[in-house]
Design a protein around this ligand. Structure first.
Ligand code: AMP
Length: 318
């Protein structure tokens, strides 16, 4: 499949790369890492990356200005995006040929060609493998971007999605002369207001008897701590640091003050099935949903409690 993707890339003069809305390091790492690899290996081609800038990740790279005209006869590649509504920049259909490259469950198999590996820790891992297997030259900048994507999605090799292959591919990237320690530090530090918000979260976390935690971040709380919604990524993993917490939900109130972005995480129990029932999706242990009322928030919390209880019962039987 990697060879087919490479042969398709060979055929096109303009290649436009998309990724998902509200990008995280893996979305940007895979998108911009691929842009860098293709620019280096095909200097005569016009390689562009589109999507809204994410200020909190400005250290990764900048987006290109892509015109409607650029899409004429172009190859479009979408990285790290499971379903079409989440693709940043809906012009992705205006190209001549569409390729999906992703590591999320493939419920929406869009594109003329798709490469989906749910065993991969990150789409950046897939792009690294793609470059190595097709003998495309990696550059220092590509290594920086792809490594950022891999450590972003694996929590610096903490989550179960980290495999021996992840480490082997990351080792290839790590051989480049990049200050990886500084990068890891940058991704592991946060501004003082985020630290204070962490304090608020630990203080107000509601934890069920079987270790399901929830916290609601209202617009007022975000305002008090001067935190933008995008910055809540910095605190998503915090509840999981508590030993008794098995799974957790962070409900972020939206500007309309009655709907919520729900960020779901779990140590072992599968929770993306719950996300799918609430206008969302994602990975088994890290997913996102949308809720449209406090009642729906409660339903999500109760479903998580039930899922953890069922897992406990199964574990007892085995
Ligand atoms: P987040 O909490 O936004 O970091 O999302 C965690 C994971 O869930 C990521 O892999 C996202 O791609 C996925 N995800 C988040 N929100 C949604 C959504 N509304 N629909 C489908 N997948 C989502």
């Amino acid at each position: 499949m990697f060879q087919t993707i490479l042969s398709t890339i060979d055929l096109y003069q303009t290649i436009i790369i998309h990724r998902h809305q509200r990008p995280d390091p893996d979305a940007l790492g895979s998108q911009l890492g691929l842009r860098e690899i293709l620019r280096h290996n095909f200097p005569e081609k016009n390689i562009l990356a589109t999507g809204l800038d994410e200020p909190s990740l400005a250290w990764m790279a900048d987006m290109d200005l892509v015109s409607d005209h650029d899409y004429q006869g172009a190859l479009v590649i979408v990285t790290d995006t499971a379903n079409q509504p989440r693709i940043d920049d809906q012009r992705y259909q205006q190209g001549d040929f569409l390729i999906k490259i992703d590591h999320h469950p493939n419920h929406d198999a869009y594109g003329h060609l798709s490469y989906v590996d749910t065993q991969a820790s990150s789409t950046s891992e897939i792009i690294t493998e793609f470059a190595l297997k097709t003998a495309l030259t990696l550059t220092k900048e590509a290594a920086r971007l792809l490594y950022a994507g891999i450590i972003g999605d694996t929590g610096r090799f903490l989550y179960p999605s980290t495999s021996a292959k992840t480490l082997r591919l990351a080792a290839e990237l790590r051989a480049f002369d990049v200050d990886f320690a500084a990068m890891a530090r940058q991704m592991d530090t946060f501004p003082y207001n985020i630290a204070k918000l962490q304090g608020y979260i630990f203080e107000h976390l509601d934890i069920s008897e079987n270790g399901v935690a929830r916290i609601t971040l209202t617009q007022d709380i975000l305002k008090t701590y001067q935190v933008l919604e995008a910055e809540t990524s910095a605190i998503v993993s915090s509840p999981g640091k508590i030993d008794m917490v098995q799974a957790w939900a962070i409900f972020v109130e939206q500007a309309d003050r009655h709907s919520y972005r729900v960020r779901l995480r779990s140590k072992e129990v599968v929770i993306n099935t719950i996300a799918q029932e609430h206008d969302g999706g994602g990975h088994p242990l890290a997913s996102g949903a949308n809720s449209y009322s406090l009642e729906e928030n409660e339903q999500i919390f109760q479903k998580m409690i039930k899922a953890v209880t069922q897992k406990e019962i199964q574990d007892e039987i085995h």
